[in-house]
Design a protein around this ligand. Structure first.
Ligand SMILES: Nc1nc2c(c(=O)[nH]1)N[C@H]1C(S)=C(S)[C@@H](COP(=O)(O)O)O[C@H]1N2
Ligand SMILES: [Mo]
Length: 368
């Protein structure tokens, strides 16, 4: 399977499995990412599923286990939710520059995209099945085949039952008004707004209601956050924090690091994403290593809590090498960590340190 249907500027980070994104400067052009520009993160095969053969199993701590055909699913009320997905590995390149992160894909800051997801509420399907009062987690597994060590498994993970029952959590069969493309999970995927992308399981096979989090590799080993002093060689996998909710982030998409720009007024463009609860209230830029800050303005699009906010600012750049810094604050008063060194972790997850872009500024020939 290739990255069929993707934009000509799509950058492949790996071919098998297919992974990649468009340049962030292109990404920041659209509030709703066109599907051809939406990043792709896959760990194994891209299953080719025939709609007629498809079944979703719902089992575990439920009164009535279900096996639903695609038509059965479509009988539940259809809803649309706009939500931004961000891979936990977004901005790993900055962590890898501090100390190498072997065996992981070195994503830049393009592992994020925003789409309108159409489908049915996981809530409605769980109510139909009848949830046992003992239940605390909802574990999901995909139909893909991922090789890890000597075994082959479906990519999986879980979310708390409380999140599974909230109205934004979807079993989605549409992306931007079209059936989900195979790369993005056809015919059905989970969408968990506000959570790391890994919890939005594609090619959904099973939904299991249970007392404990999923015992899938991608819940118990991958997507866990360890302190900066832990290394792969010494890790105790039982420790670490299972990643769930996103953290506040702000990124400069244009200009790009290493670019040459003329002295004078330049437009800086980027995105910001809030954590699961807040709203990004402020994005600020600094040209003097954080001594003084200027506010960016948000582009006018509506946003409903599950989406990124695009922003821009006009900055006046002096000639020479200039580092532009960006940081955000949210409605709960949260800010971002200043230095990526403080949050370095050997798997390279969750980098939300102040973003830094260094540009070469040349004398403006036209200036007087
Ligand atoms: N079945 C399955 N679901 C999956 C994955 C996968 O490899 N297999 N990757 C996850 C990860 S890590 C991310 S970030 C998102 C990416 O979704 P996308 O490819 O539609 O952008 O899908 C998640 N769901
Ligand atoms: Mo991810």
């Amino acid at each position: 399977m290739t990255l069929e249907g993707k934009h000509p500027q799509f950058i492949r980070l790996t071919d098998t499995p297919p992974n990649g994104n468009v340049p962030p400067s292109l990404l920041a052009q659209d509030f709703i990412t066109p599907t051809e520009c939406f990043f792709v993160r896959s760990h194994g095969t891209i299953p080719q599923i025939r709609l007629e053969d498809y079944r979703l199993t719902v089992r575990g701590l439920v009164e009535k286990p279900l096996s639903l055909s695609f038509d059965d699913l479509r009988r539940f009320a259809k809803v649309d939710v706009m939500a931004t997905l961000q891979c936990a590995g977004n901005r790993r390149d900055e962590l890898a520059a501090i100390e190498p992160i072997p065996d992981e894909i070195i994503w830049g800051h393009g592992a994020i995209s925003n789409a309108v997801w159409g489908g049915v509420r996981l809530h409605d399907v769980l109510i139909e099945a009848g949830v046992d009062p003992q239940a605390q987690h909802v574990a999901c597994t995909g139909l893909d085949e991922v090789e890890r060590g000597t075994s082959t498994l479906g990519f999986g993970g879980s979310i708390p039952l409380t999140k599974a029952l909230l109205p934004e959590t979807l079993l989605a069969y549409e992306m931007n008004g079209e059936p989900l493309p195979p790369l993005h999970g056809f015919p059905l995927r989970l969408i968990v707004p506000g959570y790391i992308g890994a919890r939005s399981i594609k090619w959904l096979n099973e939904v299991v209601v249970q007392q404990q989090p999923s015992d899938n590799y991608f819940q118990q080993r991958a997507y866990k956050l360890f302190p900066p002093d832990i290394r792969r060689e010494t890790v105790d996998w039982k420790g670490g924090i299972m990643l769930g909710e996103n953290t506040l982030n702000a990124v400069i998409c244009s200009p790009t690091s290493g670019a040459t720009v003329e002295a004078g007024t330049t437009c800086v463009l980027g995105y910001a994403l809030s954590n699961e609860h807040g709203v990004v209230e402020r994005v600020e830029l600094s040209l003097d290593e954080g001594q003084s800050w200027q506010a960016a303005t948000f582009l006018a699009e509506q946003h409903d809590g599950w989406t990124w906010r695009l922003w821009q600012a006009q900055v006046v750049l002096p000639a020479g090498e200039v580092c532009i810094l960006a940081r955000a604050s949210d409605s709960d008063g949260n800010t971002q960590p200043k230095d990526a060194r403080d949050i370095w972790n050997f798997k390279g997850y969750g980098n939300n340190a102040w973003h830094r872009v260094t540009v070469q500024v040349t004398e403006n020939k036209g200036s007087v």
